[in-house]
Design a protein around this ligand. Structure first.
Ligand code: DC
Length: 227
């Protein structure tokens, strides 16, 4: 049997990685894994347990108590943390504020990468994040690097949160987003960088259908080769 197909999507915060990844997974019947949601779930657990992030021993100890899974229900992917559905809570501001700090911790990354690589062995997958094409799956069949104008990204994120009934303001969103860009690209452990063999997709001025078509243009030849 031929090996699994891996599509790795990396890029900046709020530039539509998960929208594209979900659409691709649905179209291709691949498994979708949102690696950012995993870092968010760890962050939520650390916040709830009031963990001192500088205390390596407690960080490692707590990591061994975290079980993260993805479940599909009514066409939606839910993320569970020790069997509790935390899909909504991980998107709220307290987690958004701390997730870059937590995801910069080496021991956290080692554990998450291990789990992501294990998930990648379970079938054809689309995984999105920051280090998927560079660290988690350096041999991915297709690597996409997504980017978009920061102002446009902030507006999209603002509209998404408002439509979910969150009370947010544009300035906070923009600040959180630029701060995360800075932290993600300058951290020591697995910073966000474009893999040399990644295809760049700037979606500032294209819609969801167009970005799906763009990605499918690279995936179709791959599928043909695997048959
Ligand atoms: O994609 P997202 O915004 O849900 O990701 C949340 C945070 O997790 C983001 O600030 C960067 C971090 N992250 C990471 O370091 N590595 C990944 N593979 C995915 C996300």
């Amino acid at each position: 049997m031929s090996k699994n197909i891996v599509v790795a999507i990396d890029g900046y915060s709020s530039c539509g990685k998960s929208t594209l990844a979900k659409a691709l997974a649905k179209k291709l019947n691949f498994i979708y894994i949102d690696s950012g949601a995993m870092y968010r779930a760890v962050t939520l657990f650390f916040l709830r347990q009031n963990i001192d992030l500088k205390d390596q021993e407690s960080v490692i100890n707590v990591l061994s108590k975290i079980q993260i899974d993805f479940q599909t229900s009514d066409n939606q992917t839910l993320i569970t943390l020790n069997n509790e559905d935390v899909s909504k809570e991980i998107r709220q501001m307290p987690v958004a504020d701390k997730v870059s700090t937590v995801s910069a911790i080496k021991d956290v990354r080692i554990e998450m990468v291990k789990q992501q690589q294990r998930m990648g062995r379970s079938g054809n997958i689309v995984m999105d994040g920051r280090d998927i094409g560079t660290v988690v799956f350096p041999n991915a069949d297709l690597k996409l690097f997504m980017t978009a104008d920061p102002q446009i990204r902030a507006e999209r994120r603002y509209n998404e949160l408002i439509s979910k009934g969150e009370k947010v303001n544009m300035e906070d969103i923009f600040e959180n987003l630029t701060k995360r860009d800075y932290q993600d690209t300058t951290r020591v452990e697995s910073p966000l960088i474009q893999a040399e063999d990644a295809v760049v997709l700037d979606n500032s001025h294209i819609d969801e259908t167009q970005q799906l078509e763009f990605a499918m243009g690279y995936i179709k030849p791959l599928l043909a080769k695997k048959i």
